[in-house]
Design a binder for this molecule. Sequence first.
Ligand code: HPA
Ligand SMILES: [Zn+2]
Length: 332
Amino acid sequence: MPLPKAELHLHIEGTLEPELAFALAARNSVALPYADTEELRKAYSFSDLQSFLDLYYALMAVLRTEQDFADLADAYLARAAEQGVRHAEIFFDPQAHTARGVPLGVVVDGLTRALAHSEERYGISTQLIMCFLRDESADSALETFEAARPYFDRISGIGLDSAEVGNPPAKFREVYRRAAEAGLRRVAHAGEEGPASYITEALDVLGVERIDHGLRCLEDGQVVARLVREQIPLTLCPLSNVRLRCVDTLADHPLREMLDAGLLVTVNSDDPAYFGGYVEDNFRAVRQALALDQETLRRLAANSFRASFIDDRRRAELLAEVERHTFEPVED
Ligand code: HPA
Ligand SMILES: [Zn+2]
């Protein structure tokens, strides 16, 4: 069995595998501009975040019905279970669907239909985090937030994703204020392609409890010192960072330096269908590239539960599972 872990940075739309994309395209009579899955996979060569986002949004055209969203989430959960995931906090992008005429209720009902049987079927507890597209307007985020109020009993928190540079956190001050007032958890992508100052802004202006990516904190010692002091979790995504050219190679990934600095870092998969692996694949890749020992892997898994929004009892149970875990001999 793989190491038990929580997945805290996972875009459900980024789990759309080429095979499922073609199956849904056929089911919904949507034409894809690729002959087959092989040709589609060849398009997964990205130069930066935007080049990925262009394909990510285009492929969403196949997601139309409640069943589509349920199938997408169920396929993810089945994969996640094989990868040792025991708790998942799952992002979705409501505006990417409502903009195409898919009602918010269809998205939420479909996703939560799959999540509802997740504990029983896969042993994975789940939460849903609604992300706003930061390259859309602040008004659009507010409209989306208000439209989602009827679903707040099924939504744990809000996040911020999409094109970072030029779309600083402060643009979304009001929607984060309303989320806090509504008792929702708050996270945001910051410091992936954007500067370290966006991390500070997300903490100070948006009141976020966790930073998604946060890699570029390393460019500012004061930001690192604060993240360490306040033990703000960072949800790193190593394979994503290589594919989107935030780091040159996995061997250059600063994960080890970040751990050594005392940062509360976690390892996650971001958009696994596009970036070459799910969360255990990310663990395995950094273990190999950075020669991480078992205690370091155990620490990363424990961090994932510490950084999660689960209740204290389940957190204690899952941390005990990490402690008890015995590693299988590695073959590579
Ligand atoms: O890695 C990402 N960064 C920003 N937006 C995203 N939307 C899906 N994945 C990402
Ligand atoms: Zn992300």
